[in-house]
Design a binder for this molecule. Structure first.
Ligand code: TXA
Ligand code: MG
Length: 321
């Protein structure tokens, strides 16, 4: 685990225009000074990210919403009050003086978030400004939820990696865009649609599939190499037999109480006890499925009745396409 002195090193690196990987409660981020165009260019190069894909800017304090954003509507303030620090990204108009255009792929808007992790908060507090940070994986790969995942993906391309242990939530933040006439959810994540609607005081549209609402949120992202297949609990046995008969190695990821007996021949990647644990282990088990060379990973999705269940099902759906 990283200490206070590691945070000081990380702050110096950010000030020098270098990249710093850091833990948040959702996933690890790869950070650069959001006001430094060269640093942001380096960030896109290391990440391998197309220049038109906007990056979320992380800040220490909710009031920075009005400093890095402008013409911030009341709904955004209410969302920030309710969920920050936390797993919610709010898209508002960008203040060009504080967030360089390159961060948002030239867009006039910016996604802002106050993460809830002691190391992230210490880093952002000491740095003071906005830190542009996509998930700390190479473009198109599974988001990292441990410092080891970051190292495995980025190697020596990032000099400073703050280690805050495994991320508590395990899937990315929910993104709400409040710049249009109607607020919309661009990505499901740690905060649920119903919670967002309660705070905003009206129904919110989901724009998470189809049109490129949040560029980069395409299916192929969030995907391991293994073929992911969504199955009903009642079909697991039959699929296991078919895979075995075909000489293919299958794995299973399902809630323990949904598939209490593991069929022969399946590698049990995990049997989380609840949806929190499911989200927490999801990306690590995607990586494990690749590492153990599975041909197919069967996933029984949790119910999407609550926030994390919907976010897990969304990521599994993307991984399966
Ligand atoms: O939990 C998270 O959000 C993590 C941690 C590190 O904060 N970050 C993360 O960043 O997942 P990234 O870059 O992997 O995904 C950000 C998503 C992308 O799909 C991007 O298109 C969308 O947010 N996004 C960012 N700024 C946007 C904007 N101004 N308008 C629309 N979509 C935006
Ligand atoms: Mg990402």
């Amino acid at each position: 685990m990283s200490s206070e002195s590691d945070v000081a090193v990380a702050v110096d690196a950010l000030r020098a225009g270098e990249l710093v990987a850091f833990p948040t409660e959702t996933v690890y981020g790869l950070g650069a000074d959001a006001a430094n165009p060269e640093a942001v260019q380096r960030l896109f190069a290391v990440k391998g990210r197309p220049a038109d894909h906007p990056v979320i800017v992380h800040v220490a304090r909710p009031r920075q919403l009005d400093e890095l954003g402008r013409d911030v509507p009341d709904a955004a303030h209410r969302l920030a009050d309710a969920f920050w620090p936390g797993a919610l990204t709010i898209v508002v108009e960008r203040n060009p003086g504080r967030v360089v255009a390159r961060v948002t792929g030239g867009r006039a808007t910016v996604g802002l978030r106050v993460p809830d992790h002691p190391l992230a908060r210490a880093l952002l507090e000491a740095f003071g400004g906005g830190v542009a940070a996509p998930s700390a994986n190479r473009f198109g790969r599974v988001s990292p939820t441990t410092a080891q995942h970051v190292r495995a993906d980025l190697g020596d391309d990032v000099r400073v990696v703050l280690d805050g242990g495994p991320c508590r939530v395990g899937v990315e933040s929910t993104i709400v865009d409040v710049t249009g006439a109607e607020p919309a959810i661009l990505r499901l994540g740690g905060v649920g649609r119903a919670e967002v609607e309660r705070v905003v005081g009206r129904p919110i549209r989901l724009r998470t599939r189809g049109e490129v609402a949040a560029p980069g949120a395409r299916q192929s992202h969030y995907a391991p190499r293994v073929a992911v297949e969504v199955v009903d609990a009642s079909d697991v046995d039959a699929r296991a037999r078919a895979l075995t008969a075909a000489g293919r190695r299958g794995g299973l990821l399902a809630l323990a109480d949904v598939v209490p007996e593991y069929p022969d021949g399946l590698v049990v990647l995990d049997a989380p006890r609840d949806v929190e644990e499911f989200a927490h282990v999801l990306y690590d088990r995607f990586r494990a499925a690749d590492a153990c060379g599975l041909d197919v990973l069967l996933v029984v999705n949790p119910s999407d009745a609550d926030a994390l269940g919907a976010a897990v099902s969304d990521r599994v759906w993307r991984a399966s396409h």
